[in-house]
Ligand binder design. Structure first.
Ligand code: KG4
Ligand code: ZN
Length: 347
């Protein structure tokens, strides 16, 4: 089937066509259009109303472009999939309203997709081996989840952040170091020039005494680390010269926590694959450290290309194909800023 995906949960206006079949892991990205909204850079963060307005202006042309890149017309579509949540409510409403109008006008079936579940599907579009059973680590600007995934649609929550998401911590540290928004790519670039021995920050919620079953064994926390960076900046005699070293110290701390907790999950769930998703999955240092550590545990890392790590609509279309049996007229579809992850149970 030809599935059109629409994603407007934050500051990327995205549409994509994925060709696949219900019940099959074989799926092909026929087009993938992502328009990142620049306007937020001026404000060093996403301004919700501006995001909604930019989606309203851009979504029509972005959908048209996704169809033309795939050499398809609206009539060739079998399914429309749209992010229904979680995300910025005004931004989501633009995508959901557009998708409902499209479904009504074309008579095509419409299905709502959970943004975070879609991040898990995104990796498999690049890497056919990224299929269950696996341990999933979703690290984005809004969420950080460690999951055991025995099968698509069946998710066991092992751990999550108790405060800031990992991407959010990168963004806050990036802004603190004067590196602009979004902070993730800028912090990674700066960290490459940094001396790992100059600043050693705490590894939050990580210590050798933790045992399986402990409440903090898999959970994450970022706010104490962020505070430690703030104190180090204040104490620095030359913050400008220390920027790269601070970025390196921060990134090393985050990576050690993520790698250790993921390796724990691999051991405790007996999985041999780890699927990384979300914008932070773009981080090369994280991917390299994770791949090396997993190799020692007999597991492989599956991470998407940068295009499919950050928000995109191909992952929405792919998740929509999985949920195609739930598709319908879409008249009752709503947008939700907070939305339960379908099929998620606490481990
Ligand atoms: O998944 P995503 O595009 O949007 C959300 O659903 O939140 O993730 C965006 C997040 C931002 O916080 C951004 O700073 C972070 O991903 N990010 C990175 C890198 N590239 C993007 N974090 C660390 N290193 C990167 N190279
Ligand atoms: Zn995302």
């Amino acid at each position: 089937m030809n599935a059109l995906g629409i994603e407007t949960s934050c500051d990327e206006t995205a549409a994509a066509v994925v060709v696949g079949a219900v019940g099959s892991d074989a799926a092909r990205v026929a087009s993938c259009v992502i328009l990142s909204q620049d306007v937020h850079q001026v404000y060093k963060g996403v301004v919700p109303e501006l995001a909604s307005r930019a989606h309203l202006t851009a979504l029509g042309p972005v959908v048209d472009r996704a169809l033309s890149d795939a050499h398809l017309d609206l009539e060739d579509l079998d399914l429309i999939a749209v992010t229904e949540g979680p995300g910025l409510i005004g931004a989501l409403l633009v995508g959901v309203s557009y998708a409902k109008g499209l479904a009504l006008g074309t008579g095509r079936a419409l299905v709502g997709v959970h943004h975070l579940e879609a991040h898990l599907f995104g990796t498999a579009l690049d890497d056919p081996a990224a299929v269950p059973p696996f341990v999933g680590l979703i690290v984005s600007g809004g969420h950080s989840l460690l999951l055991d995934v025995p099968a698509w649609g069946s998710y066991r929550l092992l751990g999550e952040t108790r405060d800031d998401a990992v991407g959010e911590a990168f963004d806050k540290v990036g802004s603190l170091l004067g590196l602009g928004y979004p902070g993730g790519p800028a912090v990674e670039k700066a960290a490459r020039e940094g001396d790992p021995a100059r600043f050693t920050f705490p590894r939050p919620m990580l210590n050798a005494r933790q045992r399986p079953g402990d409440a903090d064994y898999f959970d994450l926390s970022m706010s104490g680390l962020k505070t430690a960076v703030i104190h180090a900046v204040r104490a620095s005699k030359d913050p400008a010269a220390d920027t790269v070293h601070l970025a390196r110290g921060f990134q090393d701390a985050v990576i050690e926590v993520l790698v250790t907790k993921t390796a724990r999950a691999v051991e405790s769930c007996g999985r041999s694959r780890v699927v990384l998703g979300g914008g932070v999955a773009c981080n090369r240092a994280l991917r390299d450290a994770m791949a090396a550590a997993l190799q020692r545990h007999g597991a492989t890392l599956h991470a998407p290309s940068p295009r499919l790590s950050t928000d995109n609509a191909a992952m929405i279309a792919r998740a929509g194909i999985f949920h195609a049996s739930e598709a319908g007229s879409g008249r009752a579809l709503d947008a939700a800023a907070r939305l339960p992850f379908p099929g998620l149970v606490r481990a």
